[in-house]
Design a protein around this ligand. Structure first.
Ligand code: APR
Ligand code: PHB
Length: 393
């Protein structure tokens, strides 16, 4: 016997995209159900980035979920870039008029789960065999199993917020879908340590030995990354090995200040740029990592998921409140226009900051020339700052 439920928007995926969309819709009285393959604790256990654009902050405030972020988040008014022992700062106030907020994605997701649960939001965990049926019809359906029981959700729209490995993107037929991908020939080895950050702002380092990043979650929780081979394994790296290598990649004066400690998390992530078009197929809308992946260099993964949510939320509001389909009809075009600009920035910054295995001497000279130009040119710094703090929605 299949249990049938009706809602307005069925959201597949209980990560930041799905939760933020569900909470925003709730503020306008639009019903949704979030289907999550794993559990709240599993989702919260995933360590992800933590640099939020102003647009993201505004959406969280609109969703009524901004309080803890305001209280505990760290506003940052710039980042530093180093190459060899050279280090310079990109001033966000001067060039972009906006700071970014350092506040871990785990905390964002926790705040969103708390908000959904406080209002009794419909959340289904441990769902299996999620299938989107009749996405092109007026009444799409989503079928799934929970505890072995067949379930069916009848809805107006399906939001595919189920990330890169989800089912939503693959529901769009191969002959309709166009995918673009660039796989980078390196990964990031990252650690989390309960140590004070080496600086009050982030430091992105291009060194002869490869890229490094000094980041943080709060005054006593630091996040560091070093570029590594795609064949590397976490078990190859003791904490001591990691700290020694990091010190060789950041300016000497910074390395001398570095406070090391035991890692409480250590992992390797691959880097890729990926985009799928279209982001809409009938009444199925792809959102966030389900539609695109960026290399973490520009901290744009979560922020681009947020701009997708902004376009989809406002399109759905327009539909339900004014019976006007213009917003949802323009969703794919509006979201994709910003996605490609963010992909470009993430690709540019990744190409600038990493050592590529097949890099020629000329290529390396071009990198250094670009860094020296960025170091010395206000227009270049303005372009970098405006991309980093977030392009307008
Ligand atoms: N059915 C239900 N849920 C699913 C399915 C499925 N078939 N497949 C995946 N999911 C869930 C995953 O368990 C995950 O919790 O969808 C969620 C997708 O979340 P994310 O991958 O975080 O993607 P998104 O919400 O778009 O957030 C994008 O978060 O993970 C980071 O790097 C990512 O910064 C980016 C941001
Ligand atoms: C992080 O703190 O995890 C982080 C910060 C900035 C990035 C990438 C990751 O560009």
């Amino acid at each position: 016997m299949t249990k049938k439920t009706r809602t307005q928007v069925c959201i597949i995926g209980g990560g930041p995209s799905g939760l933020l969309l569900s909470q925003l819709l709730h503020t306008r009285g639009i019903e949704s159900i979030v289907l999550e393959r794993t559990t709240r604790d599993y989702v919260l256990s995933r360590i992800r980035a933590g640099v939020l654009e102003q647009g993201f902050l505004s959406l969280m405030e609109e969703a009524g979920v901004g309080q803890r972020m305001r209280e505990q988040g760290l506003p940052h008014n710039g980042v530093s870039i180093s190459y060899g022992d050279e280090k310079f700062r990109i001033d966000f106030d001067k060039h972009a008029g906006n700071p970014v907020m350092v506040y871990g994605q785990t905390e964002v997701t926790r705040d969103l789960y708390d908000a959904r649960e406080q209002v009794g939001g419909a959340l289904e965990f441990n769902v299996e065999n999620v299938t989107i049926v009749d996405a092109q019809m007026d009444r799409p359906r989503v079928t799934y199993l929970v505890k072995g029981e067949h379930q069916e959700i009848q809805c107006d729209f399906v939001a595919g917020c189920d990330g890169f490995h989800g089912v939503s993107r693959k529901t769009i037929p191969d002959n309709i879908r166009k995918e673009y991908e660039k796989v980078y020939p390196f990964g990031w080895l990252g650690i989390l340590s309960e140590t004070p950050p080496v600086d009050h702002e982030l430091i992105y380092a291009n060194s002869e030995r490869g890229f490094a990043l000094c980041s943080m979650r709060n005054e006593n929780l630091s996040r560091y990354y070093i570029q590594c081979s795609t064949l590397d394994k976490v078990e190859n790296w003791s904490d001591t090995d990691f700290w020694d290598e990091l010190k060789k990649r950041i300016p000497r004066e910074t390395a001398q200040k570095l406070i090391t400690g035991s890692s409480i998390e250590k992992s390797i992530a691959p880097l890729r740029s990926f985009i799928t078009e279209p982001m809409r197929w009938g009444n199925l809308f792809l959102c966030g990592d389900a539609a695109h992946i960026v290399p973490p260099t520009g901290a744009k993964g979560l922020n681009t998921a947020a701009s997708d949510v902004y376009y989809l939320y406002n399109g759905l509001r327009q539909f339900y409140e004014n019976n006007d389909s213009e917003g949802i009809n323009r969703y794919a075009q509006n979201a994709m226009a910003r996605v490609w600009k963010v992909q470009r920035f993430s690709w540019w910054f990744s190409s600038l900051m990493h050592r590529f295995p097949d890099q020629s001497e000329f290529d390396h000279k071009m990198q250094i020339a670009e860094l020296e130009f960025l170091h010395s040119n206000e227009a270049a710094q303005k372009a970098m700052a405006q991309n980093y703090v977030g392009l307008p929605y």
